[in-house]
Design a protein around this ligand. Sequence first.
Ligand code: XMP
Length: 519
Amino acid sequence: MDIIIVLDFGGQYTHLITRRIRDLGVYSEILPFDVDLEYLKKKEPKAIILSGGPGSVYEQKAPRLKKGFLQYTTENKIPVLGICYGHHLIMQMSGGKVESKEKKEYGKTDLTIIDPNLLFDSLEKEQIVWMSHGDQITEIAKGFKPLANTETCQVAAFGNQQNLLYGVQFHPEVTNTPNGNKVLENFIYKICECKKEWKLEGWIDKQVEEIRKEIGTDNRVVLGLSGGVDSSVTAALLHKAIGDRLHCIFVNNGLLRKNEENEVQEMFKENLKYSNFHYVNAEDLFLKRLLNIEDPEEKRRIIGHTFIEVFENKTIELEKEHPDIKYLAQGTIYSDRVETSATSKVSAKIKSHHNLTLPDDMKLKIIEPLKNLYKDEVRKIGLELGLPDDIVKRHPFPGPGLAVRILGPIDKEKLTILRDADEILINEIKKAKIYDRLWMVFCVFLPLKTVGIMGDFRTYEYICSIRIVESTDVMTANFAKLDWDLLERISSRIINEVKGLNRVVYDITNKPPGTIEYE
Ligand code: XMP
């Protein structure tokens, strides 16, 4: 199968480039910009894309391509497309000049196409594109031709047909460049002549076959099933491959949403008939260990370690009956695994307390069947495997659950209040039929009391904050600008129906500068 490698120079849109290429039908993966050339060659890329990035090519410490990179691509006739920083880099390494311009271009910009072939085949002469740069090419190298310009940028795109080097100053991968997909399509099909082979149909059968081959006919697999999209789809895939030799362990950590433990059990045990679904109620243990703990990181640490302990104990118990448990499945997906330079700090932090693996002495082999898929691809696979919308379209829910949505120490009373408020919120959002277009919807318990009035009585109760965000990539998110009447209905219902709350506030913080969760 043809593969296009995206080299990551730290741009915030790197994952977006890979996703677009896959959507267009060619398999694509990200590698760091300084990947070993020998490793890159082994991948046998059909083409290479150089991402954008925050640096300037003329700076001393700017990330560069490995020595011999352009020689390798030219000799092997591998087309290269540079985007923004990548566009500058190709030009500079080929003898052109890149300089910082006083006039920066940011946002939607008018682009004029000079050469309507190659990258811009079948596009109108005038285009709108998304720019975000301070540097630009001021001198074009020998052998290169400008393909497009803007009012302030003479070389907004270039081509060198001889050496198959191309560059665009703008970002074709973002939706703010309306015909960006066409530019990428021209590159991958017209210039690189890739075959359209990346389809999700057929993926399941192939994967099932591979899982069966790997696991064999006797061995068993354990999986931590949380009921979230990734672990549920992993379960469904493994169940299809090896049936009841899959053992799902669902741990109730006492920090779940209202009724979640029943819903997940009902779904997998009753509806989907997984006979090896093991429910472990560890609520008391978690809550005991979290008693009086205030610091968010400490809460996460306790939850992470307790989870491993509970999971390990259950696995050991199962192993007594089934010594052929040899594998641990995980619902890792592509974006968990490949941290782009732009996101690695954040992902590393999330991972430190979430994706803890079992101790080495358990000697289980890891299997991660979704490791090359993006979330939207995982969702499509989930639907094809027959999982219901309720699971497949679920919003993300953090591993430490409601513990990071109750500020400060946690106790059962606060958990009940938060669960009740949260249930009303989700219910109203679903009734308004907007759940699917929102990224996350939840309540946060603020341990602050304020005065209110209820009937003839003065009240003194806690505050509930509502967090509803829209996002496509989790790295950035905006608060949702919802209808006032809907917000009013939610607020009235929460105050009237939930004992312990007398004030509801709506969070209007975007990310950045805020985060989605509160702790
Ligand atoms: P933030 O709050 O960083 O959240 O904007 C981004 C995404 O990450 C989730 N998140 C976590 N997930 N363990 C997790 O498993 C955590 O400790 C954690 N903290 C945040 C958050 O729910 C959102 O989807």
